[in-house]
Design a protein around this ligand. Structure first.
Ligand SMILES: Cc1cc2nc3c(=O)[nH]c(=O)nc-3n(C[C@H](O)[C@H](O)[C@H](O)COP(=O)(O)OP(=O)(O)OC[C@H]3O[C@@H](n4cnc5c(N)ncnc54)[C@H](O)[C@@H]3O)c2cc1C
Length: 292
């Protein structure tokens, strides 16, 4: 099917883009990589009067590190983050998650900010943001606001983003020393959206105990599931296979997925448990402290 008719604007500055969004409000849609928006237009799930194409905005495709945070600009493509030595070094969890998004063709065009704005419940990046306690920077003609992940994701494809705002930047805390991380997921075919995915990061203190744990899941609800009680269970403990199995059991008990055409609720719960245990074990191994 072809998309409905729409007007098209390609502003050359962020200010110009924000003015257009202010003028057209909910009649406008931002076009970033188009990897989710174009299918939705073709299926006539959306009928915006105007598309505001942000691909020409200068200087917005940067990944920087400042004040302990990795900052991802609104035109950074998945592929760029996947190949970035800075991301690999400062935030291996993000590097591993982004590699598992769709296919190379999708990663060449899709943006990290677009993925977060779209808030697909099966997407990898919202879970990474939730696991790490990341922030979403929102910008409108009226100013800027910064929301933590748990206040940004509200439900299925629903966020706190207002029609006149863009996601300007993602901020993710850089992994401290003695950290290991893993993003594990299960999908039926390579490149498909995952049925369930787990983002896990463990930071260890000098004595080898777990100083901080970040754990969140995708595919088990409308928003990323922050496994706060499993994180609390892990914090301060000496790592062991038994501890990780206990944390994974807690995740299994607390997630409340719905059945859909892809998987039953019970199967998703099972995946949540198995992948959590494996992700925590991998994070431990990758920190280089296993059996220390
Ligand atoms: C076959 C296929 C497989 C895929 N597999 C995966 C997968 O496994 N995991 C995954 O996470 N994703 C997957 N995707 C989606 C892909 O990652 C998209 O790139 C991403 O969801 C949206 O990013 P985009 O830049 O393409 O945004 P667009 O498609 O341009 O926009 C998506 C939505 O976000 C809004 N938007 C975009 N950028 C901004 C912004 N900066 N500020 C405000 N609003 C904005 C748009 O208005 C629109 O509503 C897949 C897509 C396809 C087609």
């Amino acid at each position: 099917m072809k998309p409905p008719r729409f007007a098209y604007a390609a502003p050359e500055s962020l200010e110009e883009a924000l003015e257009l969004l202010k003028e057209h409000g909910s009649e406008a849609k931002v076009l970033a990589g188009g990897q989710s928006l174009m299918p939705m237009l073709n299926l006539r799930l959306l009928k915006p009067a105007i598309l505001v194409d942000i691909n020409r905005l200068p200087g917005r495709d940067r990944i920087d590190e400042a004040e302990g945070m990795l900052r991802v600009g609104l035109l950074v493509r998945h592929r760029q983050a996947e190949r970035s030595p800075l991301v690999r070094q400062s935030l291996p969890l993000l590097a591993e998650a982004v590699r598992q998004i769709g296919h190379p063709q999708i990663r060449n065009r899709g943006t990290l900010c677009g993925s977060v704005a779209h808030a697909d419940p099966a997407a990898e990046l919202p879970a990474v943001l939730a696991a790490l306690g990341g922030q979403v920077v929102l910008r409108s003609a009226g100013g800027r606001r910064v929301l933590p992940a748990d206040q940004f994701f509200l439900g299925f494809l629903t966020t706190a983003l207002e029609p006149e705002e863009v996601v300007e930047e993602l901020r993710l805390p850089v992994a401290p020393p003695r950290t290991g991380a893993a993003f594990l997921e299960f999908s039926r075919r390579a490149g498909d959206f995952a049925l369930v995915g787990v983002a896990a990061q463990l930071a260890f203190d000098a004595a080898g105990r777990i100083a901080a744990a970040g754990l969140a899941l995708t595919g088990v609800g409308g928003t990323p599931f922050k496994a706060a009680s499993a994180e609390a269970l892990l914090r301060g403990q000496a790592p062991s296979a038994r501890l990780f199995a206990e944390a994974a059991e807690r995740v299994r008990e607390e997630v409340d997925p719905e059945a859909d055409i892809h998987a039953s609720a019970e199967y998703r719960r099972h995946l949540a448990q198995v992948l959590t245990r494996r992700a925590l074990e991998a994070a431990w191994r990758r920190a280089g402290l296993e059996a220390a």
